[in-house]
Design a protein around this ligand. Structure first.
Ligand code: PEP
Ligand code: MN
Length: 415
């Protein structure tokens, strides 16, 4: 690996990962991967994706890691935010700009409150697949195959629309490519103002992230860089979700093998030894900036579960960045059947998180939020006064998101 100050070489065309490499990861059990390998379009979709140019540059991955190392030391903080399930229709310039503005707003509030530089990371440009606990869901009065994100199927309420279609991997790639091009533009503009030259120095972003859930899509976007080795070219910061973080999973093994910084969700049922094992796999060299642990305990379990997990990670010497996801442990169903989250509850979980880290002398890394670029009415609090208000602008494809105003209120209430 090069040092951070080294000038990058002239751009090198990274070689596509071989089909053999892709197959290595797609053979064997891969939880949450769609059952689409016998679909007539599967092989050609995988071939096209394996041959496609990567969506991120390997040098940039080192710059994100350098920025995360500053977060790990407490010198900076991070905000990671965006849709629960990103839509293919949200790759328009207006929709991407709205989400960049939302990130700016959150970063502005967080920077003001903490007095620290803020690393911006979107759940953007690839957050197209959702883990689902059940294969079917109720839509109106019908039971249909669950919507699993635009990378896999359509949200439209018909049996045909809900079939998994591997061509969606190519559509996801194209939507991601357009989106990430625009995110790059926002980053370059910020770097020009901050006078951060593109020379391997840390950059505060905005960078991209998503849950690396569909093993087929991710494996087909593994690339080799002559200097840095294997990297995941689908996003800057891939993370492993709560349902796929089993240490023997393909998801964990794949992310263990790439040079990207990687994230991992940590839920309330995690045992300290299990998290230590995951950290050992994902961050064997204990490298600052390599590993982000995203705590999603739920308000009622955070005070009980989190302290021993943070202590275990600290004890094993991993300089992980700890961020709080107050969304996923606090989802409730309103009387009208809509999934929602109460801002007050989210605030309480973040406060517990901050207290626990403070008690242990570990710097809090920041927040991981589900939030929209528009003024949605999906969570309750601030301008959304109660459950009756939810229907006004409830447009999420999956979990309820904060509006930009609500996200700002959350940050200002916690820091
Ligand atoms: C998510 O981040 O949208 C998600 C599904 O989270 P988790 O894996 O923590 O449940
Ligand atoms: Mn979600």
């Amino acid at each position: 690996m090069t040092t951070m100050n080294e000038q990058p070489a002239a751009p090198v065309a990274s070689t596509s990962s071989s089909h053999a490499e892709t197959r290595r990861w797609t053979t064997g059990p891969a939880a949450q991967n769609p059952q689409w390998r016998n679909h007539p379009a599967y092989a050609s979709a995988m071939d096209a994706l394996t041959a496609a140019p990567g969506l991120v540059r390997p040098d940039d991955l080192l710059r994100v890691r350098a920025a995360l190392a500053r977060v790990a030391s407490g010198e900076a903080v991070m905000i990671q935010a965006g849709d629960c399930a990103e839509s293919f229709y949200a790759c328009t310039p207006e929709a991407v700009d709205a989400r960049m503005e939302m990130l700016d707003r959150f970063a502005g509030a967080l920077g003001e409150r903490t007095g620290r530089p803020v690393l911006r990371v979107g759940r953007i440009g690839g957050q197209y697949a959702k883990p689902r606990s059940k294969p079917v869901e109720r839509v109106g009065d019908r039971m249909l195959p669950s919507f699993r994100g635009h990378l896999i199927n359509s949200e439209l309420p018909s049996r045909a629309a809900r079939q998994a279609d591997p061509r969606r991997m190519l559509w996801a790639y194209r939507a991601a490519s357009r989106t990430l091009g625009q995110v790059d533009g926002h980053r370059s503009a910020r770097e020009a103002v901050a006078r951060t030259a593109d020379h391997g120095e840390p950059s505060l972003g905005p960078w991209s992230s998503h849950e690396a859930l569909v093993v087929d899509y991710e494996a087909a976007l593994l690339r080799e860089d002559p200097r840095h080795g294997t990297y995941l070219a689908s996003t800057h910061l891939p993370w492993i979700g709560e349902r796929t973080r089993n240490p023997d999973s393909v998801h964990v093994r794949m992310l263990a093998s790439v040079v990207n910084p990687v994230g991992c969700k940590i839920g309330p049922t995690s045992r300290p030894e299990e998290i230590q094992r995951l950290c050992e796999l994902l961050d064997p060299h204990r490298t600052p900036g390599r590993l982000v642990l995203i705590a999603r305990m739920g308000r009622d379990r955070a005070a009980d579960s989190l302290p021993r997990l943070v202590a275990a990670v600290k004890e094993s010497g991993h300089p992980a960045v700890w961020v709080c996801d107050p969304m996923h442990g606090n989802t409730v169903t309103a009387a009208n059947g809509l999934k929602t989250r109460y801002l007050d509850t989210l605030v309480e979980e973040v406060r517990i998180f901050l207290r626990v880290l403070d008690d242990q002398g570990v710097p809090p890394g920041g927040l991981h939020l589900e939030a929209a670029g528009e003024q949605v009415t999906e969570c309750i609090g601030g301008p959304v006064v109660g459950e009756d208000d939810l229907r006004r602008r409830y447009t999420t494809l999956c979990d309820p998101r904060l509006s930009p105003k609500q996200g700002q209120l959350l940050i200002e209430s916690c820091f």
